[in-house]
Design a protein around this ligand. Structure first.
Ligand SMILES: Nc1ncnc2c1ncn2[C@@H]1O[C@H](COP(=O)(O)OP(=O)(O)O)[C@@H](O)[C@H]1O
Ligand SMILES: [Mg+2]
Length: 275
């Protein structure tokens, strides 16, 4: 199968994206997607939204680990038994709901196409019960990542200042554009030394997007490096619960406010999130 047929066939969106869904994506692993997904879910919850966090890292699921949860039913069980995804919804303990993956198993990494399609249909159904659905995606540009990203009206590409992270983030954005992914793609810089360095990281990536993809991405947020992030992950407690006054918590709250304002009040084509 050629790249063109992939782009026009299996990864193409089956229908309109979910207006209330946000994908948290990155080319490279370890940039803070899971931590950011959890923190964003909590910040939007605190802003009054009903939020579902879906562990879409089908190969290396670990939302449950970072939250210290042991769900009775996880995504793997729901898929195997062909149950509605709603049966796998678990309270996070921080006010939002979670559909956990199966940590450590890697068992969902190679879902056959029909199972992935069923999963996406299931997500569409379960999403109707929430104001917001956040998808913590796996790293890379494999089919599940691309199809799940195509389901979301907003894709937040997380990057930091490491050269390999930047090149992988660029590769992901290029792939999303080649796929014709319908969501607005914006960039969040994580683990920035300070705001100026975060802006510089964003500009490096944005410049490549403008030059080679003719795409002008929006800067959605800069989240500063903060030792309290590691402490919260070690304690398996969300940052906004454990360290509500942390610098990184304030930065995530700013990202949440921007996303909430942009996606609620302004018609999508006029937002600064990019197209
Ligand atoms: N803003 C930040 N400040 C400090 N450390 C961070 C920050 N964001 C992420 N980290 C660190 O990065 C590690 C990887 O985060 P994780 O959410 O598991 O990444 P991913 O899901 O992208 O693989 C975490 O264990 C944490 O220690
Ligand atoms: Mg992760």
């Amino acid at each position: 199968m050629t790249e063109t047929t992939i782009a026009n066939g299996s990864t193409a969106p089956r229908s309109a994206p979910l207006g209330n869904a946000i994908a948290i994506a990155s080319g490279k692993g370890g940039v803070g997607k899971t931590w950011l997904s959890i923190s964003l879910a909590q910040a939007l919850t605190q802003a009054g939204e009903r939020v579902l966090l879906f562990d879409g890292d089908l190969g290396l699921a670990n939302v449950d680990i970072q939250l210290g949860l042991t769900p009775a039913i996880d995504l793997g069980t729901a898929i195997e038994r062909e149950w509605p995804l709603s049966r796998a919804v678990t309270p996070s303990g921080a006010g939002f709901s979670v559909i956990a993956g199966r940590s450590g198993s890697g068992g969902l990494a190679h879902l056959p196409a029909h199972r992935l399609a069923a999963l996406i249909d299931g997500l569409r159904q379960v999403a109707t019960g929430y104001d917001r659905v956040i998808l913590d995606l796996g790293a890379g540009i494999d089919r599940p990542v691309r199809q799940l990203a195509s389901l979301c009206a907003t894709v937040v590409v997380v990057a930091n200042d490491e050269p390999t992270t930047l090149t992988d983030a660029y590769a992901l954005i290029k792939m999303l554009k080649a796929d014709g992914a319908p969501g607005r793609v914006g960039i969040a810089v994580n683990s920035a030394q300070d705001v100026a360095q975060g802006r510089q990281t964003f500009e490096t990536l944005a410049k490549a997007c403008r030059s080679f993809l003719k795409f002008d991405p929006a800067l959605l947020g800069i989240i500063r490096r903060d030792t309290k992030v590691k402490d919260a992950i070690r304690a398996q407690t969300p940052l906004l619960t454990r360290h509500p006054a942390a610098i990184a918590a304030a930065d995530v709250e700013a990202l949440a406010s921007l996303i909430a304002a942009e996606t609620r009040e302004v018609p999508p084509r006029q937002t600064s999130l990019g197209t």
